[in-house]
Design a protein around this ligand. Sequence first.
Ligand SMILES: *Cc1c(COP(=O)(O)O)cnc(C)c1O
Length: 382
Amino acid sequence: MHSELIYLDHHATTPCDPAVIDAMLPYLAGAFGNPSSTTHALGRAAAAAVAEARAEVARAIGAGSREIVFTSGTTEALNLALFGVMAAYPERGRHLVTTTIEHPAVLDTCVALERRGVEVTRVGVGADGVVDPAEVAAAIREDTVCVAVMAANNEIGTVQPLGEIGAVCRARGARLVVDAAQAVGKIPFEVDGCGADLVAFSAHKLYGPKGVGALYVRRRPKTLLEAQIHGGGHERGLRSGTLNVPAIVGFAVACRLARERLADDAARVGALRDRLLAGLRAAVDGVVVNGSLERRLPHNLNVSFAGVEGRRLIEALDGVAVSAGSACASSDLEASHVLRAIGVGDDRVHASLRFGLGRSNTAAQIELVVAKVADAVRRLGR
Ligand SMILES: *Cc1c(COP(=O)(O)O)cnc(C)c1O
């Protein structure tokens, strides 16, 4: 059906690795037990599978099993983290610090918190798309409960200096909440290395299934959290609801593969990304890279083509799956808040493409994409 499609939208989602699907199938069939049903073998088998998966998912970020809460994905994990932590420290205050380039899962949750009386300070970024730890430090107050900064941006791929930001948060008594959906499995990410207290990530961004993710909740020093979904007390009372066993098992296999392949994938896909940029620069005039090229995910490229409407360019790129911004933003006519935040002007903000490369891409595909973009830019008349 889509056999001809060149998929360059891996920031939106990734295909399930075949090994992930194989591992999930038994739990959709005969091994259907509820992990809470420990009175019989079927339930106990499911509980054992979840326990094993939990250890593997924890390992992906250098955490312990008891620090992992399974959720439906990063969005839910971030809602639990932000609402949960703001409710758990009333004596500290009602102030939250975040950045202007976060995913809507953080930005919109902050707006919802503001409606409930939380005060939010949004730290901006420079043209490089990198948050300055000194600005985060300046924004933290006596009553700041938490600071939310993403590990890597989903539009321009910029990697944030979390180590420094984490140290600032620790020194000032604020908890660090990290949206790591684009980082886990793509670049080295360890909870202790960055000093994060709460970390959210999704399986489907790292070749696992959709609809499952995790929230890491630090135990030492202990991070308090108030549950947002109430019921049977699953996940140590932090997220009630019967666990999605097949998805959790698939998530764990995806985490293991990502851990084993991280260095190789990053080197190979990073080289393809560099080839794509070099090819575009050679074939098209006025290519501008949005955000720092150095502090960037190896599989991301976000570029503007002066004078060409991004939307029309995407339409003209038959057989290539790319996006104008994030998956969430490209459906409406709103300009990307991330490109706005790094100071991209009106002329270029609608002339941008986000390329998200992945495991299955080949050099031949990249050459073809360069030729198709060059042809499309020419046809769109400059
Ligand atoms: C994809 C993504 C999310 C949302 O993940 P879901 O799995 O859709 O909940 C949040 N933040 C970032 C940076 C993302 O890339």
